[in-house]
Design a protein around this ligand. Structure first.
Ligand code: ADP
Ligand code: MG
Length: 376
């Protein structure tokens, strides 16, 4: 049975992804209850109600379960036990099992490999005894904490085994060490998988990172159709393997030698899917809602070329705000801000979707937005 308006939906996590989901759901006539410990969370202020409590707060979880028809999340680092507690009382998508795999790079990479999909070559380092494994490694490599890393945090580039040994000692937690790939391109697939197990994918996004953080996504991606199809099929295989329900993002590397490698997955809408808000009829947040509510996917086609620019806290002046008027003057530049009070370097504060008639024109508009925001 489909969950229809004015039902109440539960969102665990109150960051920008939760906020954009909440805005979409409320626009469609649903109520949304957000569970997040931050009293100033971006999603809380738009929600019908904000349960301001820790993610593993049992009374808050039980209240969420009692008041909601279905619960979802925007954040992979929810303790699995919290989702399991909810799952005993209310529908929860995605599942605790899917989250447990996505939140741990060791499980994630082993899972992807178990499906027969290629990743960058890696070794797992959990204890000092595992340091023997460095012998077979090719350099340079990147050491990544198994859990809690995001936006390039918890990563150390290592030129050789000695640096990897030092890095592992410095991080002091289980890690994966993976070969640094000579990248031609990065792309991602954002898809929704429904209750019947059917996958519905958006066109591939081409992603450019700066300092380990997504900077720009561009559509259509500059990738040939055969490789795009290979990526879509890999993403579907992952979603099927997880028996996933909801929106899933899969990040890929395209190596200079043409190989397509799975980088990582995100069990939620994804920064590289923000273009869908303005360039598709059904945004990734509406798709998440439709998938968890048992509804059909909506139209996921690209209506127009688009380039998305992330706005990090670095752009904020010491006093006041960036030049929003200047941004809003640019033709077909769509501004999205997350309502965060504190701008910090590297913090995601908003994004701009630049729509255009061609990829080149979209990138040109994006450059204009960048110039305005950098006061050039
Ligand atoms: N093995 C690798 N080879 C080349 N670049 C990498 C590699 N791992 C990470 N990167 C770069 O760093 C970015 C962030 O790394 P990622 O593993 O996706 O972590 P996060 O969870 O922080 O997004 C990637 O999108 C890519 O640009
Ligand atoms: Mg990533």
């Amino acid at each position: 049975m489909a969950v229809l308006p004015p039902s109440t939906l539960g969102m665990i996590g109150g960051g920008q992804l939760g906020r954009m989901f909440t805005a979409t759901a409320r626009e469609m006539g649903y109520e949304v209850i957000v569970l997040d410990p931050d009293p100033a969370s971006p999603a809380g202020s738009l929600a019908s109600a904000h349960l301001c409590a820790a993610y593993d707060d049992a009374p808050a979880l039980d209240e969420l379960a009692a008041r909601c028809a279905v619960v979802t999340t925007e954040f992979e680092n929810i303790p699995a036990a919290a989702l399991q507690r909810l799952a005993g009382q209310v529908e929860v998508h995605p599942s605790a099992e899917a989250l447990a795999i996505a939140q741990d790079r060791i499980r994630e990479k082993n899972f992807i490999r178990s499906l027969g999909l290629p990743t960058s070559p890696f070794v797992v380092l959990e204890t000092d005894a595992d340091l023997d494994r460095l012998e077979g490694m090719e350099w340079p490599a990147i050491l990544k904490t198994a859990t809690l890393g995001y936006d390039g945090k918890g990563q150390i580039v290592c030129a050789d085994a000695a640096q990897a040994r030092d890095g592992f000692a410095e991080l002091g937690v289980p890690c994966v060490l993976e070969r640094r790939i000579d990248l031609a391109l990065e792309v991602s697939v954002v898809l929704g998988r429904d209750a019947a197990g059917r996958c519905h994918a958006y066109p591939l996004a081409e992603n450019r990172h700066a300092g380990g953080i997504l900077d720009v996504s561009i559509l259509p991606a500059a990738i040939d159709e055969a490789l795009a199809e290979q990526a879509r099929q890999a993403a579907v295989r992952i979603a099927d393997g997880l028996d996933y329900r909801g929106v899933l993002a899969v990040e890929f590397f395209v190596a200079r030698d043409g190989a397509l490698l799975v980088n990582e997955i995100a069990p939620r809408p994804h920064n590289s899917g923000h273009f869908t808000q303005d360039a598709c009829h059904c945004s990734q947040f509406e798709l998440q809602l439709r998938m968890i509510c048992g509804l059909p996917p909506g139209n996921l086609q690209l209506r127009t070329p688009v380039a998305m620019l992330n706005l990090l806290g670095d752009l904020w002046p010491d006093e006041g705000e960036p030049d929003w008027a200047g941004v809003l003057e640019i033709e077909d530049a769509c501004l999205h801000l997350y309502g965060k009070k504190q701008a910090r370097p590297g913090r995601k504060m908003g994004h701009v979707n630049c729509l255009a008639d061609s990829r080149e024109q979209a990138l040109d508009r994006l450059s204009r937005v960048r110039r305005v925001l950098n006061r050039l």
